[in-house]
Ligand binder design. Structure first.
Ligand code: IPM
Ligand code: MG
Length: 359
């Protein structure tokens, strides 16, 4: 058996963490008796430099025909002043839109050995395990019109926040199903005291909940949620929210784990899945063997779970992460003061060793 994976390193540390995740994936595949075949393409800044577009149509096409897509991260200061259609981030948005990846799963799991790495007190975060279900192909990211114009002496910019019932229904379904496999609690986050899209969101999610009698649904305003995540994060199980709120809340929630370098993600739709760490390209540490590969490696676990339907393999990767953390191995971002740190390559090898020793 062969699994075809399209690999999109992107920019900055995207390159090294993707290689780490692939090395781990290959080790797991070897053990499970199959081969991972990869096809690699440039996206983001790398594609802009080489082809003058953030992503080529041929790359989207290849992704559509793969078993899964693995992406590092895109962007960097070199391209920050590019005009809109020449920005690296456009690559991500096109992939999400054209592959129909409307469900973004961002698990936020606090690992006991890392309790001291968070800026929050251990008793606040100990045992925290949240799944953020972020709508990924709608809302203000994609709404039209979207433009900047010059009117008289100043400029005027417009973004449009837009949701349709069907878009809300399908992401609510994903959240309810995910919650059914967890503790049956969903907090739907919106800004229904102000936004029309949020009022439709709340109405639709409430109606959908009637089909899931076991689910305990609560609604929360996004500003309150931002506060509650720091005050008492253990009240949350599944957080269901729209695109931009999910973007912001997931970076905030990552700090419960100690580092953005720990957060994996899966973007799913009706077919292909795309897997990427939540963190960005961290250009200041790129190429120096300093990046924490654990978010990317945990994203590989999600690829085995959701695209390959290999739950045991997914768990073996997650167990290996637990084990290396319990053994005290740390990259710089999750190290407590004065602790010895290891690099990207050493962390990756430690995970592979932990997988081997678990056989
Ligand atoms: C994320 C990122 C992206 C987003 C950017 C890079 C376009 O922040 O995946 O969270 O805003 O969705
Ligand atoms: Mg983000």
């Amino acid at each position: 058996m062969t699994k075809q994976v399209v690999v999109l390193h992107g920019d900055g540390i995207g390159v090294e963490v993707t290689e780490a995740a692939l090395a781990v994936s290959r080790a797991v595949a070897r053990e499970a008796g199959f081969t991972i075949k990869t096809e690699t393409f440039k996206v983001g800044g790398a594609s802009l430099d080489a082809h003058n577009v953030p992503i080529k149509d041929a790359v989207i096409h290849a992704c559509k025909n793969a078993d899964a897509v693995f992406l590092g991260a895109v962007g960097g200061p070199r391209w920050d002043n590019n005009e809109n259609d020449k920005r690296p981030e456009i690559a991500l948005l096109r992939l999400r839109e054209e592959l129909g990846l409307f469900t973004n799963l961002r698990p936020v799991q606090v690992f006991e050995p890392l309790l001291g790495a968070s800026t929050l007190r251990p008793e606040i975060i100990n045992g925290c395990n949240i799944l953020i279900v972020r709508e990924l192909t709608g809302g203000i990211y994609f709404g039209k019109p979207k433009f900047t114009e010059t009117t008289g002496s100043e400029e005027r910019a417009v973004d449009t926040m837009e949701y349709r019932t069907s878009e809300i229904e399908r992401i609510a379904k994903a959240a309810f199903e995910a919650a059914s496999a967890r503790s049956n609690k969903v907090t739907s986050v919106d800004k229904a005291n102000i936004l029309a899209t949020s009022q439709l969101w709340r109405k639709t999610v409430s109606r959908m909940a009637e089909e899931y009698p076991d689910i305990e649904l609560t609604h929360m305003l996004v500003d309150n949620c931002a506060m509650q995540l720091l005050r008492n994060p253990k009240q949350f199980d599944v957080i269901l929210t729209e695109n931009m709120f999910g973007d912001i809340l997931s970076d905030e929630a990552s700090m419960l784990t100690g580092s953005l370098g720990m957060l994996p993600s899966a973007s799913l739709g009706n077919g292909i899945g795309l897997y990427e760490p939540v963190h960005g390209t961290a250009p200041e540490i790129a190429g120096q063997n300093l990046a924490n590969p654990l978010a990317a490696i945990a994203s590989a676990a999600l690829m085995f779970r959701f695209s390959f339907k290999m739950e045991a393999a997914a768990q073996s990767i997650e167990n290996a992460i637990q084990k290396v953390l319990a053994n005290g191995l740390r990259c710089a971002d999750i190290a407590e003061d004065g602790r010895k740190t290891i690099g990207t390559k050493e962390m990756t090898q430690a995970i592979i060793d932990a997988l081997e020793s678990a056989k």
